[in-house]
Design a protein around this ligand. Structure first.
Ligand code: GLN
Length: 484
């Protein structure tokens, strides 16, 4: 039962082969058994089981919705009423959220069961899940390697079958990169498609929540719940939400796949390159054609992002000051010293680095040279995609330049760590939807992800293109040894 997809669990619940309470217990037991992965920050069995029983009662009354009773894990960046919500930081280590994020409220209304809050890089800053105040997360495919970040807890949880699905957030790659490193299907929706209300802000113009799961079909089912306008998020877009499962089976004959020539150059691991090429060959068999496209500014995406994201973060994180909520330093001389001590003790090294970079880039003397310049660059990067989509329907390439790296391998080299997101970051800068799907393994048995990038609000096409591939391949069905 634990290796089943969300769609399969729905069928089992409908057929009364299992109850939500039984499923929830099964996953809670597994979470407990595989604690060493450190995938969860908070588990509260009583709360989860109460939700499961309510879901079973709802089903018994004939009032079940499409996903009622299916358990799912929430990244600890989403506020959930009554749950400790830490964002992976000491500064929120005592913060119990007094309300639900819109995404959490929607899953609750759908009758889904929250299995707990997953570990993550502190304030979602990272690509390896090593910056969490709650310790590093291990990749179930090889526990000496990282699961990717920042949604590393969600990735490890689903990959190890501790949960059938989880939420993630993606500011520069944090859904897609960990999905690639742990053999999951991860979808970052278009900016504005999923509400950010109650999702603790890192870089507000880039952050988007989305599903991490075992199949494109599951991504469609979960996006059906998550997507939609929210008056509480001023950047959420008021566009109707289609039923994403409707497009899954559409024929992709004649699909034009754009391959950006910049994505296959230096820095790309040869096994990853070969695997991506094999996946493209599979698509050709399905009737797709390939065109070369160019994203000339893509090599500037990382410097652009590392000006804009820290700038927004430095502003967003100013609210954590010890005065309003969260951690407060025990000893201080006066008010200013209280702020300083609280932030010095409450934030980790990576978060401090970003606050300093952002504050510098926004300061009066440097604003034009850095922040404004980066904003202009962002527009050029978005224009590149616009041009590319004139000759193709979907862009494909690697999700991550390498497979999972060793724990500690890049922790002392922030620039090497930042390069992990070289293929994902430009998608956030352009606000486009992106997806990572399992496409094979390297010689060490570590998973490799294929990235699909769509037009703005083109999620239907993405899940369709991903689903067709998953119908003729079984990479996405593989589960790591010892967790099967
Ligand atoms: N790894 C990138 C960063 O550290 C992206 C993180 C994210 O998408 N939340 O900022």
């Amino acid at each position: 039962m634990h290796t089943k997809t969300v769609a399969e669990l729905v069928a089992a619940l409908k057929a009364k082969q299992v109850s939500s309470a039984e499923l929830t217990k099964l996953f809670l037991d597994r979470i407990n058994r595989y604690k060493d992965l450190n995938a969860f920050i908070t588990v509260d069995a009583d709360k989860s089981l109460a939700q499961a029983k309510a879901a079973d009662a709802r089903r018994a009354k004939g009032e079940a919705g499409a996903l009622t009773g299916v358990p799912l894990a929430q990244k600890d960046i989403f506020c959930a009423d009554g749950w400790l919500t830490t964002c992976g930081s000491k500064i929120l280590s005592n913060f119990v959220a007094p309300y639900d994020a819109t995404t959490v409220a929607k899953f609750n209304a759908a009758g889904m069961v929250c299995l707990g809050k997953t570990n993550m890089d502190e304030f979602a800053m990272g690509s390896s899940n090593e910056t969490s105040f709650y310790g590093k997360v291990r990749n179930p495919w090889n526990t000496d390697t990282v699961p990717g970040g920042s949604s590393g807890g969600s990735a490890a949880a689903v990959a190890a079958c501790l949960a059938p699905a989880a939420t993630g957030t993606d500011t520069g790659g944090s859904i897609r990169q960990p999905a690639a490193l742990t053999n999951l299907t991860g979808l970052k929706p278009s900016y504005g498609r999923v509400s950010r209300y109650g999702m603790i802000a890192f870089a507000s113009s880039l952050d988007q929540g989305g599903p991490m799961c075992r199949s494109a079909e599951d991504a469609a089912l979960l996006l059906n719940v998550m997507a939609g306008f929210d008056a509480r998020d001023s950047t959420s877009v008021d566009e109707p939400v289609p039923d994403y499962t409707q497009s899954l089976a559409h024929d992709i004959k004649g699909l034009r796949i754009g391959l950006p020539k910049e994505y296959f150059g230096k820095g790309l691991n040869s096994e990853v390159a070969r695997t991506v090429e094999a996946a493209i060959a599979e698509y050709k068999k399905l009737g797709a054609q390939v065109v070369e496209v160019s994203l000339p500014n893509s090599q500037l995406a990382i410097p652009c992002y590392y000006v804009l994201a820290p700038s927004e973060a430095s502003s967003n994180l100013s609210r954590f000051d010890g005065a309003r909520y969260g951690f407060r330093a025990k000893e201080y001389k006066d008010l200013i010293d209280m702020y300083c001590q609280t932030r010095a003790q409450g934030f980790g090294a990576e978060v401090k680095r970003r606050i300093m970079i952002g504050t510098y880039a926004l300061s009066a003397g440097y604003y034009d040279a850095y922040y404004l310049k980066a904003q202009k660059l962002r527009r050029l990067i978005a224009e590149d995609f616009k041009q590319a989509f004139e000759v193709c329907d979907v862009i494909m390439g690697p999700t991550s330049p390498t497979t999972a790296f060793k724990l500690g391998e890049k922790s002392d080299d922030p620039v090497a760590m930042y390069l992990s997101d070289i293929y994902t970051i430009s998608v956030n800068l352009a606000g486009l939807p992106g997806m990572s799907i399992p496409a094979g393994f390297d010689a060490q048995g570590l998973p490799i992800g294929l990235q699909l990038i769509g037009r703005y609000f083109g999620e239907e096409k993405l899940v369709n293109v991903a689903h067709r591939y998953q119908q003729v391949t079984d990479w996405h069905k593989r589960v790591p040894k010892g967790f099967d």
